[in-house]
Design a protein around this ligand. Structure first.
Ligand code: NAI
Length: 332
């Protein structure tokens, strides 16, 4: 199977090159350019393309790929909200993803953001480098004994529950489909409003769907416990940025840690240090001392990259053999 790999970064090449010897029937060509209707033309002669979470896989791009004869879309990520699945179905394309490659990697990053924002690590790091050893404005809260509220208890949410329990936190959760195993492990399921009202740390782990779009908005922010730490490592559009900014200005939050945010699409994975950023929402969020933003790096551990590469290539082989791995196939 011939695969064209879009938006290849050094860490992608390293993890996929390491796996290739195990998949002799696969040839892989790397492009640094990402998918657009124009770059889709470069896929002529390839059986499949490989794309990441921020790729444009809307109708136009899928149609351009279809015209070049591409039959398979290999997503090297879990999320698939970037794909027009109706168009993919219409063009008879098989779309596969990598579900749950390392839930702990994302959950650990969520806790890293929570801890950093709580103990002001981002400020302390800069202060000490500037020979400022004052502790003023660095006071945090002890997580032990506090309440962690987990919204979405799938693979990543469950890993986050375990981490929070390890910190000695009481863990409450909201999910449309509660897990009995998690209940047995001591997690209490509550209504969403109760989780919002009782949590000292609120971490979002549900997917972006119609009913989770702007889950955190003015109306729900008003219900959040004052002084809460909010962490989002799931999808930017779970949070209404304007309402979040208003809530931060009203000092409703102790702090906010974002690995994902609305408007990230132009920024993620690119070095834009010489650009004048046009997005005022991002700039405003970055202006607050109690906000930390990372650029969608929750997945970025060596173990997760290895698992992504291996599963993506297994997905490719399953299509080649005519039995696409059920569970990894994404349909309308
Ligand atoms: P999953 O599919 O295992 O779990 C999602 C959970 O959300 C399920 O338990 C589901 O019942 C629940 N859910 C669905 N609708 C809901 C609603 N309206 N309210 C509350 N809960 C709801 O997914 P997984 O692997 O845990 O990933 C979660 C999300 O994390 C992904 O959708 C993706 O957006 C994000 N992610 C972020 C990464 C990063 O690098 N920052 C990397 C990988 C995933």
């Amino acid at each position: 199977m011939k695969i064209l790999f879009y938006d290849a970064k050094t860490y992608d090449r390293a993890s996929f090159d390491a796996q290739l010897p195990n998949f002799p029937a696969v040839t892989l060509d790397y492009l640094t350019a990402d998918l657009t209707p124009e770059t889709a033309r470069l896929a002529n002669g390839y059986d499949a393309i490989c794309a990441f979470v921020n790729a444009d896989l809307g109708r136009d791009v899928l149609f351009a790929l279809y015209r070049e004869g591409v039959k398979t879309i290999l997503l090297r990520c879990a999320g698939f909200n970037q794909v027009d699945l109706v168009a993919a179905d219409e063009f008879d394309m098989t779309v596969l993803r990598v579900p749950g490659y390392s839930p702990e990697a994302v959950a650990e990053h969520a806790m890293a953001l929570a801890l950093a924002v709580n103990r002001h690590i981002h400020k302390a790091y800069i202060k000490v480098r500037e020979n400022n050893f004052s502790l003023v404005s660095l006071t945090g809260m002890t997580f032990h004994g506090k309440v962690a509220g987990i919204i979405g208890t799938g693979k990543i949410g469950q890993a986050m529950c375990r981490i929070c329990q390890g910190f000695g936190m009481k863990v409450i959760a909201y999910d449309k489909y509660p897990s009995d195993a998690l209940r047995a492990a001591g997690v209490e399921y509550r209504e969403l409003d109760e989780v919002l009202a009782e949590s000292d740390l609120l971490s979002l782990h549900c997917p972006l769907l119609d009913d989770t779009y702007h889950l955190i908005r003015a109306e729900t922010i008003a219900k959040i416990k004052p002084g809460c730490i909010l962490v989002n490592t799931s999808r930017g559009a779970l949070v209404d940025s304007e309402a979040l900014i208003a809530g931060i200005r009203e000092r409703r939050f102790f702090g906010v840690g974002l690995d994902v945010y609305e408007e990230e699409d132009d920024n993620v994975f690119e070095n834009r240090e010489d650009d004048i950023l046009q997005s005022s929402i991002t700039a405003r969020l970055l202006s607050f001392p109690n906000v930390i933003i990372t650029s969608h790096q929750g997945f970025l551990t060596a173990e997760a990259l290895e698992a992504i590469a291996r599963t993506t290539l297994e997905n490719a082989m399953s299509v080649e053999q005519g039995v696409p791995t059920e569970g990894n196939v994404v349909r309308v």
